[in-house]
Ligand binder design. Structure first.
Ligand code: HEC
Length: 394
């Protein structure tokens, strides 16, 4: 028995190893992104996220070259207290620090017989001195990237710091109203909601009506119409962008929410109708027939019977439709562009072409992920059902 069991465990090992490996491949970049988004931007520019918990830059160099005389806390020589901010401001840059170290102290070389640090080591030491003297004391982890991304702030330092010194760049006022400025993720979040919620509700509502009609109303050409609708899914979205945006230009709908609501509703419908019809068609026939016998109209049967019973199908449709709209960049770019920036648009605008400001990108990515994660985890059980919903019955 034990041998059997042993074999079983051993046989399962490769599968487990592959699974764990796959999970890691998925998780590691995400964790890296999360850690990066929580680090101060100076650190992000200097070192990778995996060094987030290692000692600060320059600590090792300092203790090797300077620690023997100045002590590990920099206070050992009273006349040259390295934690004194005023003193360190004079040597805050590596060139100045090196020049000072080359001068003699009471007729002796400053470092005595220790070798002179090279440019890079001097820069690291200068950086470390700035930290212990408090000129540039910064926490290991901070939320400032998130604040800056919400405000779309790209100044010399962080939003909070620049507001405290009154040196804020751009036209920000340092009040809550900054959250709604057109460059920030705060405004974009609202816009994304204004796009995604109607674009989820509208197609599903229409699809529920249509699905009911296709399964319980008997009219001529029903199957043909349904086949046509399903066939419509073949039309690639990209192909219609230009014709529709020309129509919108004539109607004045470019850059309006109504325009994008119509577009997403139209493109969401074929699949939604297909799924709703399959679901509603698979409900027990007796149920509807006895309702009709009792004198229920189609209207009552739809609201009282069909809709409550199709909650699982509606929920899974809603999840997929919502996620697709939330993550869509193409349609939002064409029909809303910079006039009503949504999250995806704002993220793509966050980094300049030279790569500056990418610390904002990490936080922005997590801000845009937050809502889908909440939707996913709260409606998780509908996901599996949703994936099966289209396959149960043709
Ligand atoms: C051999 C011992 C020794 C070592 C090693 C040493 N120092 Fe010093 N350092 C001194 C002494 C002694 C003074 C005090 C000079 C004085 O009193 O004016 C001093 C002064 C200073 C001052 C103040 C200079 C000023 O203008 O007042 C700074 C800054 C400083 N050291 C930085 C460093 C750094 C950075 C290192 C490592 C790269 C280092 N020291 C390594 C002995 C040392």
């Amino acid at each position: 028995m034990t041998a059997d069991r042993f074999k079983k465990v051993l046989g399962g090992l490769p599968t487990h190893a592959v699974l764990i490996g796959l999970c890691l491949i998925w998780l590691i970049p995400t964790i890296g992104l999360l850690v990066t988004s929580l680090r101060p931007f100076q650190d992000i520019n200097q070192s990778g996220w995996w060094t987030a918990l290692s000692p600060p830059r320059g600590a090792e160099e300092y203790s090797q070259t300077c620690g023997s005389c100045h002590g590990s806390d920099g206070k050992a020589i009273a006349t040259a207290d390295l934690t004194d901010a005023e003193l360190i401001t004079k040597y805050s840059r590596s060139i100045k620090l090196l020049a000072m170290l080359k001068q003699e102290v009471e007729g002796q070389p400053h470092l005595e017989d220790a070798p002179m640090p090279d440019q890079q080591r001097a820069a690291d030491i200068a950086d470390y001195l700035k930290r212990i003297s408090g000129i540039e004391a910064r926490p290991r982890f901070t939320l400032s990237n998130y604040v800056d991304a919400m405000m779309g702030y790209r100044g010399r330092t962080t939003y909070a710091q620049d507001c405290a010194t009154g040196e804020q760049a751009l036209d920000l006022t340092c009040t809550a109203s900054d959250l709604l400025n057109p460059r920030g993720m705060g405004r974009a979040f609202l816009n994304s909601l204004l796009v995604a919620i109607p674009c989820t509700i509208l197609p599903i509502l229409f699809a529920a009506f249509a699905g009911y009609a296709f399964s319980w109303l008997h009219f001529r050409g029903r199957m043909w119409l349904f086949a046509l609708l399903v066939g419509l899914q073949i039309v690639p979205l990209q192909m219609t962008l230009i014709p529709i945006s020309r129509v919108y230009a004539q109607l004045g709908l470019n850059g309006t929410f109504v325009g994008i609501w119509l577009f997403h509703t139209g493109f969401g419908l074929p699949y939604a109708i297909y799924l709703m019809r399959n679901f509603l068609g698979s409900l027990p026939r007796d149920l509807f027939e006895s309702a009709y016998l009792d004198g229920a109209s189609h209207w009552t049967a739809f609201w009282r019977l069909a809709l409550p019973l199709s909650v699982p199908a509606i929920a899974s449709l809603a999840i997929f439709q919502f996620l697709w709209i939330w993550n869509d960049l193409l349609v939002a770019l064409v029909f809303l562009g910079g006039q009503k920036p949504v999250l995806t648009y704002q993220i793509s605008n966050m980094v300049s072409s030279l790569g500056a400001g990418w610390h904002l990108l990490t936080a922005a990515a997590f801000l845009s992920m937050a809502l889908p994660m909440i939707v996913f985890f709260s409606l998780q059980r509908y996901f599996v059902r949703g994936m099966l919903a289209g396959a149960v019955k043709g």
